[in-house]
Design a protein around this ligand. Structure first.
Ligand SMILES: C[S@@+](CC[C@H](N)C(=O)[O-])C[C@H]1O[C@@H](n2cnc3c(N)ncnc32)[C@H](O)[C@@H]1O
Length: 279
């Protein structure tokens, strides 16, 4: 039997290999959730354990090793704040979502010269593009209407501005509409700009002052955002919508968006579809 003489490793090499993992300190989670709710309205308290893991991974990617430190850094770091907002907001949307409701709004819109529509929130823009397509399908020229989409999520707004969508996002559209309004390249659908000159997108938080400077609108769409708020924030939001709507302007909410009793709107129902009219 042969035994080779093992060479001793130099002491320094052994030292370098020892990497002590940073301990994560979860203290401060509640302050963080209060901060998110206060800033954007989204109430994550009921999703505590899921959100804790998500926030912890977010922190570790940023080399921040406690929720307390994240909370402190957010007070001055605008980029970190936006990254956090992008992380906690849910941007699920698709073309012709709840088509019958869009259709009813379009019927109202056709009766208003130079109608102005606001989609708050619009996520990656599919609702805005859908309304524009439906108005054009019913013989309105782009110059005869305007649609503004706003959202707090910066990635979603970038996507909306680019107008490039996946097959999944267009799954409800018939081929004729896809062919008319999009070019199909590299598995993605690119909105044909010549059809969408009267839509625009801005990154805005509905609770910030900038939101109230967007102008006056005939119709506001706010679908599938209020479900993430509590009643106080829902009330604050619809108060802001009332400020932006013209007299007798209409507000369309998602089916799951229940609003508290209020002085601003009366509820109407048309063929099982509901909407609100500003008092
Ligand atoms: C599920 S999407 C709804 C998109 C579209 N309205 C629909 O129904 O298909 C909800 C959106 O609300 C946005 N949001 C949440 N809080 C917001 C706030 N304070 N200001 C503006 N947008 C907000 C999120 O970024 C997210 O994109």
């Amino acid at each position: 039997m042969f035994f080779w003489n093992r060479k001793k490793e130099p002491a320094t090499a052994t030292k370098q290999e020892v990497v002590t993992p940073q301990e994560f300190n979860t203290f401060g989670l509640q302050d963080l959730l209060h901060y998110i709710k206060r800033e954007i309205g989204v109430d994550l308290f009921s999703k505590n354990s899921v959100i804790e893991t998500k926030l912890r991974l977010f922190c570790e990617r940023k080399e921040i090793y406690s929720f307390r430190k994240l909370f402190e850094t957010l007070q001055t770091d605008r980029t970190l704040r936006q990254d956090l907002i992008d992380l906690v907001t849910v941007n699920e949307t698709y073309f012709y979502r709840e088509e019958s409701q869009l259709d009813l709004a379009v019927t109202f819109a056709l009766a208003i010269p130079n109608v102005k529509i606001l989609c708050a929130p619009c996520a990656s823009g599919e609702e805005v593009y859908s309304l524009s397509m439906m108005l054009q399908e019913r013989r309105r020229e782009p110059r005869e209407f305007s649609i503004t989409g706003i959202d707090i999520n910066s990635e979603a707004i970038d996507k909306a501005q680019k107008g490039v969508f996946s097959e999944r996002s267009l799954h409800k559209l018939e081929e004729r509409l896809k062919d008319k309004f999009f070019t199909h390249e590299d598995r993605y659908y690119h909105a044909r700009k010549e059809y969408f000159s009267s839509i625009s997108f801005t990154k805005v938080n509905i609770f910030e002052h900038e939101f109230l400077s967007l102008g006056k609108f005939d119709i506001i769409f706010s679908r599938n955002m209020l479900i993430y708020f509590d009643d106080d924030f829902r009330l604050k939001t619809i108060e802001r919508f009332a400020t932006l709507l013209k007299p007798e302007g209409k507000l369309f909410l998602g089916h799951a968006d229940i609003i508290p009793d209020n002085h601003y709107f009366t509820k109407h129902t048309d063929n099982r579809l509901s909407y609100y009219v500003k008092k």
